[in-house]
Ligand binder design. Structure first.
Ligand code: AP5
Length: 192
């Protein structure tokens, strides 16, 4: 299965992707994680991305597309994948569509985790205390939420218009949200 997870910062994409990858037995591809790995490695790409990410802005479309093409060319995605963090604007959505058409692997599902903004801020504040992620400070979080509203929210409409979108209530315990997502993916992958 090829599954796209959409949602604002803090909506639980990464949390659910970790569970879904075990359930679906496909790799989890997070563009945020790929970028953070580049930053940690101190690669030229990482050096370029580091400050942009810390400010809560989007890294360039060209860098992201190159990274994604590279990741999707690996053998482990032959049976599907869970994509989290991409696309984040309409140009990326069009690029992804073209890339998946070219490699003959169209997206099966696009799932949006819907969470009110106060709860997003609360969750990210909790993670800031636990993990200290560089972009989880209040100023960057404000920027990330603004970027989401302005650039990423139209992507949701893109998938709605293509008849691929399922909106899931992302409020509640992590297990409850997981059960809702799995049930939305049925009958292809029933629980148990
Ligand atoms: P990225 O890593 O994608 O960050 P994000 O979208 O801001 O997402 P988060 O990781 O904050 O949220 P999430 O939805 O995964 O929630 P999570 O499960 O972690 O991107 C970071 C940066 O990289 C971007 O700002 C940009 O600069 C760059 N970038 C990445 N992709 C890009 C692209 N395509 N183009 C350009 N630039 C790009 O949960 C959050 C917290 O809530 C956790 O602590 C978790 O434990 C908790 N939580 C989760 N679910 C629940 C629940 N049900 N109940 C209670 N707590 C919960």
């Amino acid at each position: 299965m090829r599954l796209l997870l959409l949602g604002a910062p803090g909506s639980g994409k990464g949390t659910q992707a970790v569970r879904l990858k075990d359930h679906l037995q496909v790799p989890h591809i997070s563009t945020g994680d790929l970028l953070r790995a580049e930053v940690a490695a101190g690669s030229p790409l990482g050096l370029e991305a580091k400050e942009v990410m810390a400010r809560g802005e989007l890294v360039s479309d060209a860098i992201l597309l190159g990274m994604l093409e590279d990741r999707l060319s690996r053998e482990d995605v032959a049976g599907g994948f869970i994509l989290d963090g991409y696309p984040r604007n309409l140009a990326q959505a069009a690029a992804l569509d073209a890339l998946l058409t070219r490699i003959g692997q169209p997206m099966d599902h696009a799932v949006q985790l819907a969470v009110p903004v106060e709860m997003l801020v609360e969750r990210i504040a909790g993670r800031a205390q636990d993990e200290g992620r560089a972009d989880d400070n209040p100023e960057s979080v404000r920027k990330r939420l603004q970027v989401y509203e302005e650039q990423t929210a139209p992507v949701i409409e893109f998938y709605r218009e293509h008849g691929q979108l399922t909106v899931i209530d992302g409020v509640g315990g992590m297990d409850d949200v997981f059960a809702r997502v799995v049930s939305a993916l049925q009958p292809v992958h029933p629980v148990g």
